[in-house]
Design a protein around this ligand. Structure first.
Ligand code: AMP
Length: 540
């Protein structure tokens, strides 16, 4: 028997209607490249969304066409997010940190017909202009007086919007309609496009907004430092509108610790989200200037493992609670979020910290498990490793225009991460599948080894890769960027020896000036594995 409830479509349009009609007075504040602090209300924002929709309607685009954005986190990017998706078009957020070859690959693969670009990111587009096959119009996100000179034919965002009506009749469509597209650079091959739907986006934002996850309220003020060009800024542009939460956008200042701290204090931000490097930059600034962030109560740290040092300093020096989170582009991205369950709340601080450093619990909407190579689910004992597989309504079932099966017979997608799950359900990433070092049939976690080295004051960054070894198959090689005075190899090994098993210690340590990173800031081990292929370890 089918239930007798309305077949109400979960579209981003419904999020917009809700936010505009209920929280019209709530603010959106942003730093942009042409304004140090722009401020307006949800009502004004959605009025301008209608104006952008009018511009798009005049362009003669067809339902499902892709519209690219090459932009920072700011109010114009927010307007485009809503205007494009709600017009039954697809917002393709382009990562400006991609290398030029990847940039033209993604723009051409997506077949973007229009690109909205921040003036500061125009050079990236100019560099690939001869390779763009489908782009018909380039709109610069600024006003007429700030229009840059360029060899490209450009149109001005503000001029296109001027004088247009602030109401628009958006089309009605199925909730499974594609809403946005984000490419993941991955570790091998060309970037792959993840095509989100209205339904997945709405459910993901609802799943993230609930009290046991972001817990957004109308009293919160949220600063998404996670970029809008990478996995929808972790749903914050939607979850904040659903929850009536004031939004503060950092614009191009995302990596600037001083600017972030000033923005938090000036706008009384209560909650924020970003990758560890952002928080390290802010903590350095606060330490040097002996300042604090008064109003900030909690932050969400994800995208890479959250170091214990960030958690401790945030809490002890600034009273900010740190939630560790994990996810991936294919998961919209929310996969787990760390909160302490009631049965663990009375543990001594160090034992609780061990739980808090784990990637966390899946929210409702995500099911996950770990499997061995034969596909057997591993026990949830906190020690049994396995490949981490996930399923749920905001998880990709394939890649854009790619004929590749990514779902197994049980409906799971393999994340490429290796993890353990403990008896309380906390998931902990122990490695990337492709990064795992298997030595004599046993696993070494390169991440744990890197973390052990990073605790040493003479180490700024460490990266471990597996090198072929005649006896053990693979042994770890550690590459280190020194901080200040370079420690000796012996000193570093001695330092790590009580933090990891003896047999984990790297067979060699090489000090380097720099390490390659992917466009999303992760260590690019693919490059390093190629570079050090054939390297002869002293133990070989
Ligand atoms: P991306 O799709 O670029 O966002 O990358 C997703 C990958 O980043 C995941 O599969 C993990 O390998 C890694 N990752 C994300 N969050 C965390 C975290 N909290 N701890 C460790 N690794 C993480």
């Amino acid at each position: 028997m089918i239930g007798q409830m309305m077949d109400f479509q979960l579209t981003i349009n419904s999020v917009m209607r809700h936010g505009r009609s209920l929280y019209g007075n709530q603010e959106i504040v942003s730093v942009t490249s042409d304004n140090p602090l722009h401020r307006y209300t949800f009502e004004e924002a959605f009025g301008r969304v209608c104006q952008v929709a009018g511009v798009l309607a005049d362009m003669g685009l067809n339902a499902g066409d892709r519209v690219g954005t090459l932009a920072w986190n700011d109010y114009r990017h927010f307007e485009i997010y809503y205007a494009v998706s709600c017009s039954e078009l697809v917002t393709h957020t382009i990562n400006p940190r991609l290398f030029p070859e990847q940039l033209d690959f993604v723009v051409n693969h997506a077949e973007d017909r229009v690109i909205f670009v921040d003036p500061t990111l125009l050079p990236a587009l100019e560099a690939i202009k001869d390779k763009l096959t489908k782009v018909e119009r380039i709109i610069v996100m600024t006003s007429e007086e700030h229009m840059p000179d360029s060899s490209l034919a450009l149109e001005c965002y503000e001029t296109l919007l001027a004088g247009r009506p602030t109401e628009f009749t958006f089309p009605e469509f199925d909730e499974k309609t594609a809403s946005s597209l984000c490419y993941t650079s991955g570790t091998t091959g060309d970037p792959k496009g993840v095509l989100y739907s209205h339904r997945s986006t709405v459910l993901h934002a609802m799943g993230g907004a609930v009290p046991s996850v972001f817990g957004l309220t109308t009293d919160d003020i949220i600063l998404p430092i996670v970029p809008m060009f990478h996995v929808n800024a972790w749903a914050i542009p939607y979850a904040a509108v659903m929850s009536g939460t004031k939004l503060v956008f950092p614009g191009p200042k995302m990596g600037d610790g001083a600017a972030i701290a000033d923005l938090i204090n000036a706008e009384k931000v209560t909650v924020s989200a970003g990758v560890p490097t952002v928080w390290l930059a802010m903590l350095n600034h606060l330490r040097e200037t002996k300042q604090t962030v008064e109003t900030l109560t909690r932050i969400i740290v994800g995208g890479a493992a959250c170091p214990q040092a960030i958690m401790e300093e945030m809490e002890q020096a600034h009273g900010v609670y740190v939630h560790h989170a994990w996810g991936m582009t294919e998961m919209s991205p929310l996969g787990t979020f760390n909160t302490i369950k009631p049965e663990l709340s009375d543990l001594p601080a160090d034992e609780k910290m061990a739980y808090r450093l784990k990637q966390g619990l899946p929210p409702y909407g995500v099911e996950l498990d770990v499997f061995d190579e034969e596909g057997n689910a591993q026990p949830h004992d906190g020690t049994s490793f396995g490949s981490l597989r996930v399923r749920g309504p905001w998880i990709a079932s394939g890649y854009f225009k790619l004929d590749k099966e990514i779902i197994d017979e049980n409906g799971y997608m393999d994340t490429g991460d290796v993890a353990v799950i403990d008896e309380h359900g906390y998931m902990q990433i122990t490695d990337r599948a492709k990064d795992v070092i298997k030595t004599g049939g046993e696993w070494i976690s390169s991440i744990d080894l890197e973390n052990a080295a990073i605790g040493h004051p003479g180490v700024a960054e460490a990266c471990v890769i597996g090198i072929h070894h005649p006896k053990w198959d693979e042994r770890p090689l550690m590459l280190v960027i020194a901080a200040g005075e370079q420690p000796s190899k012996e000193e570093l090994n001695a330092y790590m020896s009580d933090k990891v098993a003896k047999w984990w210690l790297p067979d060699d340590i090489i000090f380097v000036q720099e390490l390659p990173h992917t466009a999303t800031g992760k260590l690019d081990k693919k490059v390093l594995r190629t570079q050090y292929k054939g390297y002869k370890l002293p133990t070989a």
